[in-house]
Design a protein around this ligand. Structure first.
Ligand code: 5GP
Length: 212
């Protein structure tokens, strides 16, 4: 719940980790539980996949509009991945943070690094690890009917993603979803209380120690 009397600045919660580690499930549970948390919806020039909804999974835009927005500084960061452009819209994130809403990002290590340059002090970076690579492979196999070569490619990308674990503030080994959620609750609870995220304290303390 937002506290109107003691307004805090929102934080940017980044969840990274290899595909299959459990980021998507954890993101969904966080958004269900924390009603004042928003998911950052990126803009992209790639075509929507089946089942993807414009404005919900991505803002699907054409390349000219993307370039224009990038030139106008409307993205907090952007990158080209596999021939398509992806960017984090700045205005939505800044409005959310200023009004005390936390913003959740489900992005890879490259996006996280770029956001660090744009907004270091607002970031809380959490890396989600699988209990083992064997477990990760099992989850990937269970999840989709991908061919062997796609699974092998995802496993190679997983190793690459995992190699960036040291760039994160917190690391959670996702053995089971409930204990990972407990870890995330503890992280959020402490990070929301950081002095820099509690601007109301300045006036509060000034009044507290006013001379008679
Ligand atoms: P996909 O097309 O499979 O949804 O995403 C492809 C890649 O683009 C993923 O690695 C994803 O993390 C990355 N991506 C998605 N949105 C953004 C964004 O806003 N900025 C950056 N830098 N990468 C993104």
């Amino acid at each position: 719940m937002l506290n109107k009397k003691r307004p805090r600045r929102g934080l940017m919660l980044i969840l990274s980790g290899p595909s299959g580690a459990g980021k998507t499930v954890l993101s969904r549970l966080l958004l269900d539980e924390y009603k004042d948390m928003q998911l950052s919806v990126s803009a992209t020039t790639r075509a929507p996949r089946e089942g993807e909804v414009d404005g919900q999974h991505y803002h699907f835009i054409d390349e000219d509009s993307f370039r224009q927005k990038a030139e106008n500084g409307e993205f907090m960061e952007w990158a080209e991945v596999f021939g398509a452009f992806y960017g984090t819209p700045r205005a939505a994130v800044e409005a959310a943070l200023a009004s005390g809403h936390d913003v959740l990002f489900d992005i890879d290590w490259q996006g996280a690094q770029q956001l660090k340059q744009a907004a270091a002090s607002d970031l809380v970076k959490v890396f989600i690890l699988p209990p083992s690579l064997a477990e990760l492979e099992m989850r990937l196999r269970k999840r989709d009917q991908d061919s062997e070569s796609v699974i092998a490619e995802r496993m190679a990308r997983a190793r690459d993603e995992i190699s960036h674990w040291g760039e994160y503030h917190y690391v959670i080994v996702n053995e089971d979803v409930q204990s990972s959620m407990n870890d995330l609750r503890a992280i959020l609870s402490a990070e929301r209380r950081l002095r820099k995220r509690q601007p109301w304290l300045n006036d509060f303390v000034r009044n507290l120690i006013l001379p008679f």
